[in-house]
Design a protein around this ligand. Sequence first.
Ligand SMILES: [Zn+2]
Length: 470
Amino acid sequence: MRGRADAGPAGACVDSHGGSPQRERSMIPAKTISRAAFHPMSAPDFVPAELLRELQLSRLRGVVTRAWERVPLYRSRMDEHHLRPDDVRSLDDIARLPFTVKADLRDTYPFGLFASPMEEIVRLHASSGTTGKPIVVAYTQQDLDVWTSVMVRSFAICGLHHGDIIQNAYGYGLFTGGLGAHYGAEGLGATVIPISGGNTDRQIMVMRDFGVTAVCCTPSYFLHMAERAAQLGVDLRALPLRVGVFGAEPWTGAMRSRIESLSGIQAFDIYGLSEIIGPGVAIECPCQDGLHIFEDHFYPEIVDPDTGAVLGEGAEGELVLTTLSKQAMPIIRYRTRDITALMSGACPCGRSLRRMKRISRRSDDMLIIRGVNVFPSQVESALLDVEGTLPHYQIILTRAYGLDQMEVQVEVTSETFSDKIGALEQLHDTIADAVEHVLGLRVEVTLVEPRAIQRSEGKAKRVIDRRLQP
Ligand SMILES: [Zn+2]
């Protein structure tokens, strides 16, 4: 199949096979995505892999040197391993460097990992930290420019460009989601509506009255917005809204299907974390088969979560990231706790950036119930396969007689709820069977009426753990 110079939508999964690879590479931007949508900042997405590896090595050596020279924690860790920055001679040598974990960021609170003097730091963000001190992250002006550029590239991959109207419903403040998406949208040349999270009725009014074409928020909050819109008689499918950029919480492919069928938009999964930069570490292209990692700035590895050994391409394990260009706070081999795999093979979109599988679980999220490993996302995928349920659920953990008890509360549709008792009982058994099938564990299932489970305007709270309460 030939590439189409002016075919839309931007970055559509045009099959670029069939031509000479050399020619394809040089022609990629013009051939595979529409000119209107190609943003100059997206050029690194298409850099040949060998050039990208050279760039990564040179940046890795630079960032390790900077960390070693300026951050006592990195210097002492490397000294313990008898390592000097010069020992990084190839990309594989990264595996010799010690890991960094979240506790390191907490233990050096607030500014202990900074590699720039305070007068060069132009922005601070912090995690919301439910217990104890938050973790603090810092940016120089150059760091902010990099962050904006990866967010511009993220939006461009989703087919957004100048002329789009982007409703940014991520929270503004210390959380990186709001400002990260904000400057990316402005950098793209789009119109940004900095509405932040909350006040769902106003969100829907703005979405309709301002002709919003794209929305950024958590997937669970968008689902809530879509349901509320239906209640208010606003048909999202009839609005110009066509793209959702959703992140900040793990979600499943089944959840995406539900969102897309409900609203008629294309829902893209964006990945990032404050420790590394914020949103904009990786994003799906329109092929929706894995997330392209902005490898020119973030170097990915997959390791065995138990042993820390580096795993090969395709193997599932914990994502470890190294910032390749960060000045204010270089992060070497950060254990993200997110479980994924690096994908092999070229993406039909033509980008040379490697892809990782979408993250539907974190090793931190793992619950151990009566000796069985349980992830909330497994429950979600089971529920989404059952007709008559809504993708709103909560897992309640309690302990009785020394044994863990797990209850799954599931909202059912109003039609189902008003149905005969017999139908509800049947649905209950179907769900209990579906959950048992994926978990290998029989758990208590409770059907609740629509909107019985509290909605979040940010990250959904899927697990309520009452096991430690008296
Ligand atoms: Zn792609």
